[in-house]
Write a new protein. Structure first.
Length: 451
């Protein structure tokens, strides 16, 4: 086993309270073949994330033996990590954490630390389990779900808050929404921003709002409720921002996050196959209840929350001081999809953030063609792939009666929808549909760093 080149994995999963409930969750639909036969569906559980990697909070294991993937890598790190082991020789973790995420409501208003802050938080953790690693967590999200209400735009499948709006938009809201100014509670801070919009004055306003949200949540709740009543009655003509106020308030009544997201942050709308990149220290919160996304990040579970979570889980001081306060339009956060240069048959595209740890790949094997396949040239680092469609006639995620075959040298694995495979570095892999006609799809994360 210590020299195998392709093999199937069992994944872990997370059940956060913002997840989708029971069998409606994509994570649950994939689980019988991703988590394995021991998975037992509970219709009262909210399934949020499938984890594929070696992070201790949700490690993968070998499908046939249940040996941890980490222990297998430890036995032969050069073989299983390749260039990643040369780049980061002090760790035998896979350098990325690959996920499928599905949400039933807005995620917490959050940001992930850079390396310096992560190291400090890990040092201070002292066994509490909040910051179990010392790594940064830049991440990408790729939309893979079904179209939402057309009111959000034709073909839109994902809504998320990412980064700060352009300053003139924020300025307009501060001028036009009295309840927002009341919630901030400091006219001097607001005035300084209106007179001189900048990162520095934006930070002062945002710090004041989130701090009051923690120190005086009932006062902020009254301000939010006044705004909601005025919006519902038609007196507040806020356009899309008004829709966001009502949506977030419905999910988290009176929370300061209603104001901190709707008026300060960009609403990013993605069609299927579009992506956003959030670097470390970037404020974000995925929104729409129908969200189904591929996520990938540097191998870390570090997060700081400041809204849409219970008060004890908010670390406002650290949160507001870590943010970059970068502001730009929604398009400024998009990560383009490009042809994958190692694809031999042109059926794979790549999402490559400005990082060494990972790139995400999307292989689509087409419709109604059994055996029509793809060949991916060798990656210098480790690769993990998950089958999200396998011979589906409807095109729906987690559907299809076929299997996807992965061939590496003389080794082969055939897996159904939800199946997950590991491919060792330095290996060309052939991918094909077997057992059914219809559409097939594989999502991958790979480390392309050169030694």
């Amino acid at each position: 086993m210590t020299s195998k080149n392709v093999f199937r994995l069992k994944t872990s999963y997370q059940t956060y309270d913002w997840g989708k409930q029971g069998s409606s969750a994509l994570v649950a639909k994939l689980a019988p073949n991703s988590v394995g036969p021991d998975f037992k569906l509970d219709e009262n559980t909210t399934y949020a994330e499938t984890w594929m990697g070696t992070h201790p909070n949700g490690p993968a294991s070998i499908y046939d033996t249940s040996q941890s993937l980490k222990s297998l890598i430890d036995a032969n790190p050069a073989h299983f990590l390749g260039s990643a082991y040369k780049k980061w020789p002090r760790t035998t973790d896979i350098p990325f954490l690959f996920k499928i995420l599905c949400a039933g409501k807005a995620l917490p208003l959050q940001a992930h630390p850079d390396k310096a802050l992560a190291e400090e938080l890990h040092r201070q953790d002292q066994g509490k389990g909040e910051f179990v690693d010392a790594n940064h967590k830049p991440e990408i999200a790729v939309a893979i779900g079904d179209p939402l209400d057309e009111a959000w735009g034709e073909g839109v499948v994902f809504l998320g808050f990412v980064g700060f709006r352009p300053l003139d938009e924020i300025r307009g809201f501060l001028e036009d929404v009295p309840e927002l100014r009341q919630a901030i509670g400091d006219e001097g801070v607001v005035k300084s921003f209106l007179e001189n919009p900048s990162k520095e004055t934006l930070k002062r306003v945002y710090v004041q709002l989130l701090t009051r949200g923690k120190d005086d949540p009932e006062g902020v709740k009254k301000d939010v409720e006044m705004l909601v009543a005025r919006t519902q009655g038609g007196a507040a003509q806020l356009g899309e921002a008004g829709k966001l106020v009502l949506k977030t308030h419905e999910q988290y009544p009176g929370d300061v996050g209603v104001l901190a997201t709707s008026f300060f942050m960009n609403l990013v709308k993605l069609k299927r196959g579009e992506a956003v990149f959030c670097d470390a220290d970037t404020v974000h919160a995925w929104l729409e209840g129908g969200v189904k996304i591929i996520e990938c990040m540097a191998v870390s579970d570090n997060v700081l929350n400041s809204a849409f979570v219970p008060p004890p889980e908010r670390d406002v001081r650290t949160f507001v001081n870590m943010l970059t306060y970068a502001y730009r339009p929604p398009s400024g956060w998009f990560l383009p999809r490009k042809p994958y240069e190692r694809s031999k048959n042109g059926k794979t595209e790549k999402f490559a953030p400005p990082l060494d740890e990972f790139a995400v790949l999307w292989t689509s094997l087409g419709k109604d063609v059994v055996g029509e396949g793809e060949v991916l040239g060798a990656s210098p680092g480790p690769t993990i792939g998950i089958v999200t469609k396998a011979g589906t006639k409807t095109g729906d995620l987690a559907s299809g009666e076929g299997r996807v075959r992965f061939q590496v040298k003389g080794e082969s694995e055939e897996v159904p929808v939800g199946g997950v495979v590991f491919v060792a570095p330095g290996n060309e892999v052939a991918v094909s549909m077997v057992g059914a006609e219809g559409e097939a799809e594989v999502w991958w994360s790979t480390c392309l760093v050169e030694a």
